[in-house]
Design a protein around this ligand. Structure first.
Ligand code: GLA
Length: 401
């Protein structure tokens, strides 16, 4: 009898839970960025010139080019959309963005998501209105528009930190962390899932505290630009950060420059392959209006994207470095290993008998190799595999046994 009563009671307690679909039981934020976010951001190409029309065209082109089907989902407006606050403190857009809600509806109608940008400071990096003192109001505004992604860029908040705690770096960093957490809590309070992307250039070892303030990603470096020197410097600087990345929160070595500037095909592939190995957010930053078949094929290479989006979420570590040659490796969910050899050097036809370091990569002699960029099975591979790397080129292998 008692046990029957317990059963009935248990049913009472469990019924609402059992009736709720699993997806609704999970906290909205928990599924965000389970793999590194993918999309496009306006800054690297348009910078301060971006308009509503550009964002609509970007959405059209992401859909029509095949990028959307490859996984590029977020269309992110960076700095310079902001107008003035009204008497109630409500922020308005500037003339370049006449109707943000309509824009969000348009982007959503294309099966894509819309991202926006702000700063914890009074001003953004480009001198537009930041969220200082209006965090909840702004988060509510984003939610009312249907925003799906927020990039929060330190910018002028540095002045505030300095003024609050002159010369006291520790205190300044506490103030910075609190500001980032404040916007996280404001976003949570809206009830709308929004990917939360921290941009403070890697200060104060953000990878150590980013997850605690609700970050889905955090910039680990200063700004990228479309030069191979900058791209490779940033990529190489990521050594040691692998242990801080995991599903839901990622190291962000900044947005992609693939297709920008004068990058050669080898440089574009090395950039893309390295960001894939690093489990980095993949936010293309190119001129979508001038997508060449070559750039499209690099950005949408399914095997490269599968490495970046691998559900295990383990970022690559550097396992070998000598001069301008480095080998990085990461384990993948199905037991495979991704291994990349980079030639950052300027020598043409670079050729050496370097060992692949298969054991250090978590593989072994005799594992089967697939040359990912060449889309070619190489068969069983050994440490002494001979290959040539042109200047700035790389070899990307998927190893299985
Ligand atoms: C900073 C950021 C960039 C970009 C600009 C916009 O420099 O690091 O990614 O958002 O601000 O002003």
């Amino acid at each position: 009898m008692r046990s029957a009563l317990r059963c009935v009671l248990a049913l009472f307690v469990l019924a609402p839970i059992l009736a709720t679909p699993l997806s609704a039981q999970a906290k909205p934020a928990s599924k965000l960025a389970a793999t590194p976010p993918m999309g496009w951001n306006s800054w690297n190409w348009f910078a301060g010139k971006v308009t509503d029309k550009d964002i609509r065209q970007a959405a059209d082109l992401i859909a029509s080019s095949g990028m959307r089907d490859a996984g590029y989902t977020y269309v992110n407006i960076d700095d310079t959309w902001e107008g003035q606050r009204d008497a109630n403190g409500v922020l308005h857009t500037n003339d370049k963005f006449p109707d943000m809600k309509a824009l969000a509806d348009y982007v959503h109608s294309k099966g894509l998501k819309l991202g926006i940008y702000s700063s914890p400071g009074v001003k953004t990096c480009a001198g537009y209105a930041g969220s200082f003192g209006h965090e909840q109001q702004d988060a509510d505004l984003y939610a009312s528009w249907g925003i799906d992604y927020v990039k929060y860029d330190l910018c002028s908040f540095r002045d505030y930190m300095n003024a609050q705690a002159p010369g006291d770096t520790l205190k300044q960093y506490q103030i910075m962390q609190a500001a980032y957490e404040k916007m996280h809590l404001a976003i949570l309070k809206t009830g709308r899932p929004m990917v939360y992307s921290l941009c403070q250039y890697g200060w104060d070892q953000v990878w150590q505290w980013g997850p605690n303030v609700g970050a889905n990603s955090w910039r680990t470096t200063g700004d990228i630009n479309p030069s191979f020197a900058r791209i490779s410097t940033i990529g190489r600087e990521q050594a040691g950060l692998a242990k801080y990345a995991a599903p839901g929160h990622w190291n962000d070595p900044d947005m992609l420059e693939v297709g920008n500037g004068k990058l050669t095909p080898d440089e574009n592939r090395t950039h893309m392959g390295m960001w894939a190995m690093l489990a980095a957010p993949l936010l293309a930053g190119n001129n979508l209006g001038e997508l060449t078949p070559e750039v499209t094929s690099i950005l949408t290479n399914r095997e490269v994207l599968a490495i970046n989006q691998d559900p295990l979420g383990k970022q690559a570590s550097r396992i070998f470095a000598e001069g301008q040659v480095e080998i990085w490796a990461r384990p993948l969910a199905n037991g495979d290993v991704a291994l990349a050899v980079f030639n950052f050097g300027d020598s043409e036809n670079f050729l050496r008998g370097i060992s692949l370091h298969l054991a250090q990569a978590g593989a072994a002699n005799g594992w089967k190799a697939r040359d990912v960029w060449a889309a070619k099975n190489l068969g069983p591979i050994q440490d002494d595999y001979k290959f040539t790397l042109q200047k700035h080129a790389s070899l990307l292998l998927r190893l299985s046994h």
